[in-house]
Ligand binder design. Structure first.
Ligand SMILES: CSCCC(=O)C(=O)COP(=O)(O)O
Ligand code: MG
Length: 228
């Protein structure tokens, strides 16, 4: 019996285009000024130090070189925890200024509301930082959706393609993995969740063809049946 749903964001609750054509370009355009302006603040300094470690940069290297690295990581869609944390801080200003609102598919909003009303606990697991996740659902095109969620997980719980991350998340949720359904558009993520014991559904949005995989496949959230 499914008692909790854990969902990916990009390509699952929300469009890949929104992430790649709105969020990532905004972060790329504003990251340099943000880092230069806030580098001495503890939360930013902590992430700068993490970038230096991850990139193997000496702390003598100027911030401009570190920003070049961050731009390379954005362009390569690297899911590095420190980059994701900094992106979230930059997006906060964008959401607050009304530069954009979080995209969530209408079918996802309706299903999430129905599951929440039915007592199913809802959780997010994304490479985007927990802060970025809360911003996206808090400033969504459908208003503040954060009351629907019982918790959020990011790469500080582990990489999305590693089974250990899903074991940690199940322990944090406090349910056996078999009672948790994980939703994603990425087969490797579903493989990892299944290896940890979770139930899975593969989202194939935008008329993506059926894939030759053993995960059950749905075109959107209306096709997700929890009892079947
Ligand atoms: C919190 S919205 C930003 C999503 C993001 O930064 C990202 O890299 C998407 O990763 P996902 O794990 O949701 O595919
Ligand atoms: Mg995804």
């Amino acid at each position: 019996m499914i008692r909790a749903i854990l969902t990916d964001i990009e390509g699952t609750t929300s469009s890949i285009r929104f992430v790649h054509e709105v969020l990532f370009p905004y972060a790329r355009a504003h990251l340099s000024e943000f880092v230069m302006t806030h580098a001495s603040e503890p939360a930013v300094a902590e992430q700068i130090a993490a970038v230096q470690r991850e990139a193997g940069l000496s702390d003598e290297v100027p911030l401009s070189a570190l920003i070049d690295v961050l731009h390379e990581w954005i362009d390569a869609d690297r899911k590095v925890t420190s980059l994701k944390a900094l992106q979230g801080m930059v997006w906060e200003a964008g959401y607050r200024a009304g530069a954009f609102r979080g995209h969530v598919y209408a079918d996802a909003v309706a299903a999430l509301r129905a599951w929440h009303a039915a007592g199913i606990a809802l959780y997010i697991y994304s490479s985007g930082s927990v802060h970025a996740q809360k911003l996206m659902f808090g400033h969504s095109e459908c208003g503040d959706l954060t009351p629907l969620f019982s918790g959020y997980f990011d790469t500080t719980s582990g990489h999305k393609r590693e089974a250990a991350a899903y074991c940690r998340i199940a322990a944090a949720i406090g349910l056996p993995a078999g009672q948790i359904l994980f939703l994603s558009d990425v087969v490797e993520e579903l493989d990892a969740a299944r290896a940890a014991g979770m139930a899975t559904r593969l989202l194939r949005r935008d008329d993506e063809p059926l894939q030759d995989v053993s995960h059950r496949q749905v075109a959107d959230f209306t096709q997700i049946e929890l009892d079947a």
